[in-house]
Ligand binder design. Structure first.
Ligand code: GLN
Length: 528
């Protein structure tokens, strides 16, 4: 097993995750199976209880793990499916260590960060790497070198490096090269951050520099000299037009060859699959505008997988998809503004929790349904579509979800198995579940299959009591998991598709999610 360990310096938000995922991709292009582990030094057990306002989207894995959004980047760049074990947090590590201590596993010893916590970290890294059956395991250490939280993890990877063969563990450090007002590239932050790393006993094999402009040869040489690496090990990862262009950028800088030589490996392939996808993305013509009516619209990353899924579908259809993030609450404050939706080619309502913004979402869905605008609803976006239909077509004015209000018509109700659940962490209906699709339905056509598996994250569902009535009135439930409704569609409508699951988690740059593809196609066909 080869480990490529990625650390970050200077500041957060440098795109360390994208850099790591891109490194993985170029190694995959050379014929290696690559897996990835993300270390998050926070105390939370997982990202499931964290607000997308603060931390970006919660990415759901096939086994129901609720993880950091970087896991989504790894799945998309490497075209793999990961499990919860691939996201290691301080919370998980300490929970195990404390459980072991309570069981008496440490045989009377004083339990300490070194060796007990660091051993636990190494054991997890090795077990996950091994059970993935990959040849190369990327390990991204979250946070910035120097943070108190990440210390035990950095110490653990230092030990790992010592215990494994030298060429089996390689370190990449991602830093920032800012420019002064005269446009000169500054290396001091990088020097300081590498110094910090070396104080911890870690020596980077490669330094990836993030910069607005290409990092100049002189700058690279200076970094090489002060940070004790060859100049060819200093890689310029200057801003790219799109994240999917980063692998090529790194490749052109010679990163793949250098990494392989450091790992003692030879190139086995030269796959152009990724390049072809990027070429397709570059050569799109025309565009569609989609209104995403949500709640967490201030932070770009809150709906990351949706943004990427729209892009994937656009690549396949051959058009650019411009997403406009609209705050649902604005439609509540100013009901007349709903007509602004006329300028978009389609409307998407994403998942969410809590009552805030839901009335605005319901108005947007009503607009989509009544104006025959393509509509895609995801999770809460399906639940609110059902509420809208019950109110405005069936005439149940007070129809609602029991999550959102007390009502005589709970068309969306708590999943029976959720009764009595008190803990918030990891207790939803999570991860992969199958659905059977109605022959001849839109769902059936989009997926080209009678049964599908998609990922879930919810506590509420369509109340079975209302199904017959809804279907008679024109909303069909064409994807079902036994008596659980997974898909709602309105066949009379141009494109009205809503799912209880989250198709955005399985979309890939060269394999778009079928509902997204259908949605983008419906928007594009209208224009052309
Ligand atoms: N809040 C809703 C539920 O728990 C929808 C969840 C979601 O959109 N992910 O069922």
């Amino acid at each position: 097993m080869k480990y490529v360990i990625v650390t970050g310096g200077v500041m957060s938000g440098l795109g360390k995750g994208i850099t790591a995922a891109s490194m993985g991709r170029i190694l995959k292009n050379k014929g290696y199976d690559v897996t990835a582990i993300k270390i998050d030094p926070y105390i939370n057990i997982d990202a499931g209880t964290m607000s997308p306002f603060q931390h970006g989207e919660v990415f759901v894995l096939k086994d129901g793990g609720e993880a950091d959004l970087d896991l989504g980047n790894y799945e998309r760049f490497l075209d793999i499916e990961l499990t919860r074990e691939h996201n290691i947090t301080t919370g998980k590590v300490y929970q195990t260590v404390i459980n072991k201590e309570r069981r008496g596993d440490y045989l009377g010893k004083t339990v300490q960060i070194i060796p007990h916590v660091t051993n636990e970290i190494k054991e997890r890294l090795r077990n996950v790497a091994k059970s993935s059956k990959a040849q190369i395991c990327l390990v991204e250490v979250g946070g910035t070198v120097g943070d108190i939280e990440s210390m035990p993890f950095l110490e653990a990877v230092r030990q790992l490096h010592n215990e494994e063969e030298t060429e089996d563990v390689v370190f990449i450090h991602v830093t920032l090269v800012p420019m002064d007002p005269q446009g000169e590239q500054k290396t001091k932050p990088t020097q300081h951050s590498v110094k910090e790393l070396r104080q911890l006993g870690l020596h980077p094999d490669m330094i990836v520099t993030r910069c607005k402009m290409p990092v100049l040869p002189g700058t690279k040489e200076k970094i090489a000299l002060f940070c004790d690496v060859p100049a060819k090990a200093v890689i310029s990862a200057h801003d790219a037009e799109d994240i999917y262009m980063v692998p090529q950028r790194l490749e052109n800088e010679g990163a793949a060859d250098y990494l392989l030589s450091k790992l003692g490996l030879k190139s086995k392939d030269d796959s152009k699959e990724w390049d072809r996808m990027v070429e397709k993305m570059r050569s799109t013509s025309g565009s569609v505008d989609v209104a995403v009516v949500g709640k967490y619209t201030d932070l770009e990353d809150s709906y990351l997988s949706i943004r990427e899924s729209l892009k994937h579908a656009g690549i396949e259809v051959g058009c650019k998809v411009n997403a406009f993030w609209l705050d649902a609450e604005d439609f509540e404050k100013e009901p007349g503004s709903i007509d602004n939706l006329s300028k978009y080619d389609g409307i998407l309502v994403p998942g969410g929790f809590g009552v805030r913004g839901t009335e605005g979402k319901i108005s947007a869905i009503q607009y989509a349904r009544e104006h025959n605008k393509p509509y895609l609803g995801l999770c809460l976006g399906m639940q609110t579509a059902v509420i809208e239909f019950a109110r405005n077509v069936l005439g149940y004015e007070d129809a609602n979800s029991s999550e959102l209000a007390a009502t005589d018509h709970p068309v969306i109700d708590l999943l029976p198995e959720q009764e009595g659940v008190v803990d918030m962490g990891a207790t939803m209906r999570l991860g992969d579940y199958f659905a059977e699709l109605t022959p001849g339905s839109l769902a059936n056509k989009l997926y080209g299959s009678d049964a599908i598996i998609e990922r879930h994250r919810h506590r509420y569902e369509v109340n079975p009591k209302y199904i017959d009535e809804m279907e008679k009135a024109g909303m069909k439930f064409t994807g079902r998991n036994k008596n659980r409704m997974e898909i709602a569609e309105i066949p009379e409508h141009r494109f009205f598709f809503a799912s209880q699951f989250h198709p955005e988690f399985k979309s890939r740059p060269n394999r778009p999610s079928p509902p997204f593809l259908g949605f983008v196609r419906a928007m594009f066909d209208k224009n052309n």
